[in-house]
Design a binder for this molecule. Structure first.
Ligand SMILES: CC(C)(COP(=O)(O)OP(=O)(O)OC[C@H]1O[C@@H](n2cnc3c(N)ncnc32)[C@H](O)[C@@H]1OP(=O)(O)O)[C@@H](O)C(=O)NCCC(=O)NCCS
Length: 127
């Protein structure tokens, strides 16, 4: 799998030189949106799952909440990765969100505090 990091994070899975599955994390409107697609003849072989898992791992490292919209028939599939329905429907699609775990939020807050302490600031942060 190739991971490219620009303003988006893109993951592409290849069979030899042939790209067969794609995914991206796309910051837009203050949210990070996840998208994934698998080439038709390669569907249902676990490639979509691999892409979504890798992108969720990236999001976890960054402490980012992930958002997506999907047709009704994929809601249960996305639940497996920790996405939950938001009760919003957009263009006949369900909106889902994958929240940052409490543990990860706490780790990020500690990282921020340590950075500020190292920079000589006195600070306290409630999480
Ligand atoms: C949706 C998609 C990304 C899933 O990737 P994938 O590699 O096919 O999925 P995986 O092999 O990892 O997982 C398979 C499971 O996903 C779910 N799934 C995949 N496509 C589905 C569909 N059209 N309807 C319902 N469930 C579906 C099922 O639970 C399926 O399990 P099964 O193979 O036992 O039926 C891929 O099928 C795809 O690109 N589909 C066409 C485009 C599309 O629907 N995009 C919407 C993205 S929001």
């Amino acid at each position: 799998m190739k991971i490219e990091i620009t303003s988006k994070i893109k993951a592409t899975l290849y069979e030899g030189y042939l790209p067969i599955a794609w995914g991206h994390l796309d910051p837009e409107g203050g949210k990070t949106w996840l998208g994934v697609a698998v080439a038709y003849t390669y569907e249902h072989k676990g490639y979509g799952t691999r892409i979504v898992k890798v992108l969720c791992e990236y999001a976890d490292k960054g402490g980012w909440e992930l958002w997506l919209t999907c047709p009704d028939n994929l809601v249960e599939w996305y639940r497996k990765f920790g996405f939950e329905l938001t009760c919003q429907r957009i263009n006949n699609h369900e909106e889902m969100v994958r929240k940052v775990s409490k543990e990860r939020r706490a780790e990020k807050a500690i990282e921020r505090c340590n950075k500020d302490i190292n920079a000589g600031k006195k600070m306290c942060e409630w999480i």
